[in-house]
Design a protein around this ligand. Structure first.
Ligand code: PLP
Length: 386
């Protein structure tokens, strides 16, 4: 076990064993590897869907940062999440999942896995008793994101792991919003951690990627099997881009967190803005759990604007530093309106269930200067709430 600080480990996360002493792992744009004889491979690699050097460097780095033994990289966060479900669930199994899941994760369980006879019970992520009560004899998997998208509710990972393990179920957590710099579910008792690397790990809005890590050798074997049979692997160029991003994760994340706090505190004082969802505010209903299991509170902030769709549309369009776009975790600040953008396919009931009102705005706070971000929000609020 490498006892050095996270910031040191992320920079030196992969082996440097290139023949030319290259600082970064080379991009092996390669599908197949020569054998020495039909029964003897020349190296550990034979075909890139099974294993490949650039992806391998990323998989090892990801696993190490999450505190896992085994890592697997996929073509997107959704491909990684699908691999978790495909590897752990069989017909007749029951899943306990949060109500506030990322929309496509919800759809994957509701539309794809339900067809295979896998039933899901949805419970509020921030209600540890409801999670424990929903686990039954057929429950194979407990699954949630924390903090959640978009209203940043926080689930108690330790409590969920204890409840899951009492019934021999596995706990898997989507750690996309926190990243391993702020929160490491495996160290808190989870069996599997999954992440969209598209967000904070890549960090520059230039690549789609996902990964899974675990310490459980049986789970690892099943995920490896899923990875090479389904084949949704991450290619060498994208693996390289994520590796490059990962080296600055903590430096970027420190700025994301400081800026998000400044933005949340500013918004909290504004008339026409209520509530502000940010786990770092003491008024946040899950502040205590967040403070216990996270090193800091992340770069995401959401809030309700007092007004209708037109007010929110005017506000979002009036921002100049924040770009109007989906996604999160890149260096640039983004704004989005969940009811009209990321969550537009939900019915009014589903929107209400997810805590998404017409006036909800979600910010991915970037690493620009915080005074410019606050000034941008102030001018757009002035215009929209006039
Ligand atoms: C929490 C969370 N999980 C998973 C995903 C899916 O990741 P990807 O877009 O890389 O497939 C997202 C995407 O926004 C997300 O926010």
């Amino acid at each position: 076990m490498d006892e050095r600080h996270f910031e040191t480990r992320e920079v030196h996360s992969h082996a440097r064993n290139d023949q030319y002493g290259a600082m970064m792992p080379p991009i092996y744009a390669n599908a197949t590897y020569e054998y020495a004889s039909p029964t003897e491979q020349q190296s550990e690699h034979r075909y890139s869907r099974m294993s490949a050097p650039t992806r391998g460097a990323l998989e090892d780095s990801f696993a190490m940062l999450e505190g896992g033994e085994h890592g697997f990289a996929f073509a997107s966060g959704m491909a990684a999440i699908d691999a978790v479900f495909a590897s752990t669930l069989s017909p007749g199994d029951h899943v306990v999942a949060a109500k506030n899941l990322y929309a496509e994760t919800h759809d994957l369980l509701a539309d794809v896995y339900a067809e295979y006879g896998i039933e899901t019970t949805h419970v509020p992520v921030n209600d540890a008793d409801a999670i424990a009560d929903a686990i039954g004899p057929d429950t194979e998997l407990v699954y949630f994101e924390t903090p959640t998208n978009p209203v940043l509710r926080v689930g108690d990972i330790e409590a969920a792991a204890e409840a899951a393990h009492e019934h021999d179920a596995l706990l898997a957590n989507d750690n996309t919003f926190a990243s391993p710099y702020l929160q490491r579910p495996l160290e808190l008792g989870a069996d599997i951690v999954v992440e969209s690397l598209t967000k904070y790990q890549g960090g520059h809005s230039d690549v789609l990627a996902g990964a899974v890590a675990t310490n459980d050798p049986d789970v690892a074997e099943d995920i490896e099997y899923t990875q090479y049979t389904r084949g949704a692997i991450l290619g060498p160029f994208d693996s390289f881009l994520v590796l490059r991003g990962m080296k600055t994760l903590s430096a970027r994340m420190d700025r994301h967190c400081a800026n998000a706090r400044a933005v949340a505190e500013f918004l909290d004082d504004q008339p026409g803005v209520d509530p502000v969802y940010y786990p770092g505010l003491e008024s946040h209903p899950n502040h205590e759990v967040a403070a216990r299991q996270m090193a800091d509170f992340g770069g995401m902030v959401a809030f309700e604007l007092d007004g209708d769709r037109e007010t929110v549309t005017e506000f979002a369009a009036g921002l100049e530093v924040f770009a109007l776009a989906e996604s999160l975790g890149g260096v640039e600040s983004l704004v989005e309106v969940p009811a009209l953008m990321t969550h537009q396919d939900l019915s009014p009931d589903e929107l209400a269930e997810a805590g998404i009102d017409e006036g909800l705005v979600r910010l991915s706070v970037g690493i620009e200067h915080h005074e410019d971000l606050v000034a941008d929000l102030a001018q757009a609020l002035d215009v929209a709430l006039d």
